[in-house]
Design a protein around this ligand. Structure first.
Ligand code: MG
Length: 262
């Protein structure tokens, strides 16, 4: 029996095994392989694959990632910025996306790369000019993101395409949680196990509804597109060899290691 108000988590992962790529629903230590894809009604096949036998991939392949800057007041203040009157938006290209466990290659043109732990919203259907009351209908679910940023480059270049768009600058994962109320979740970032960022999604200046109304006023979002909702205070440098982990309550942990660009 389903308890009113109590949701069962549904976690959809994208994975590869023996050269095959698919989607599966996470069940304890296995994946129940999905027939079809998660953007439509889907069936579980009942075919189980052990989680430790697969490679988890980025849970979606976005056509675009739309970032929102300065959406937590304390974080805006720590970098000497005011909370903007209108949300600051920017793009991260599809080529910036990497999955859980994939390495973040330190970009050659920066000496100061920062972590930014963020709640990522995954869009489930094509949409534009979404009214506030319809926003929940266009969301597939939520995952963890790291809006990795070349801070020095961001400060000296007027547009952030290079600073926030370099290869590997958008780790996403480990899966999409589709049954989650995102209003008040803890969001945390550790580097080598040491806590760097800790916040709550309830501290967002503009909630997810406002962000999606604002973004879709301008552009069509496609299934698999991702909105990054901003980072709480505590951003700081990453160095080659570091292991950075973003953990969001009710979703899980996204871990990536920083390596020297080969
Ligand atoms: Mg950010």
């Amino acid at each position: 029996m389903i308890n009113e108000g109590q949701r069962q988590p549904v976690r959809i992962a994208r994975f590869s095994i023996d050269g095959n790529v698919g989607f599966g629903v996470v069940e304890d230590d296995a994946l129940d392989v999905i027939k079809g894809h998660p953007f439509a009604e889907f069936e579980r096949s009942g075919q189980k694959v052990p989680l430790d036998k697969v490679r988890l991939l980025p849970p979606v392949l976005p056509n675009k990632v739309v970032g929102v800057g300065r959406n937590y007041a304390e974080h805006a203040a720590e970098l000497g910025n005011a909370v903007p009157d209108v949300p600051v938006t920017f793009f991260k290209p599809s080529t910036s996306v990497i999955g859980p466990g994939d390495p973040i290659a330190y970009p050659s043109f920066s000496q100061e790369v920062h972590h930014e732990a963020e709640l990522a919203v995954v869009i489930g259907r094509m949409c534009r000019e979404v009214p506030r009351e319809r926003v929940k209908d266009v969301i597939l679910g939520y995952t963890c993101a790291n809006d990795v940023t070349a801070r020095d480059v961001q400060q000296r270049e007027k547009q952030w395409a290079r600073a926030k768009g370099f290869d590997g600058s958008c780790p996403l994962g480990p899966w999409v949680e589709t049954e989650l109320d995102p209003a008040d979740l803890t969001i945390q970032c550790t580097v080598n196990g040491e806590q760097r960022q800790l916040g709550r999604t309830s501290d967002m200046v503009r909630p997810i509804e406002d962000l999606i109304v604002h973004i879709t006023e301008a552009m069509t979002l496609l299934p698999g597109d991702v909105i990054l909702t901003g980072t709480p205070a505590g951003v700081g440098p990453l160095n080659v060899g570091d292991e950075v982990a973003v953990t969001i309550e009710g979703i899980g942990t996204l871990t990536n290691k920083v390596i020297k660009r080969g």
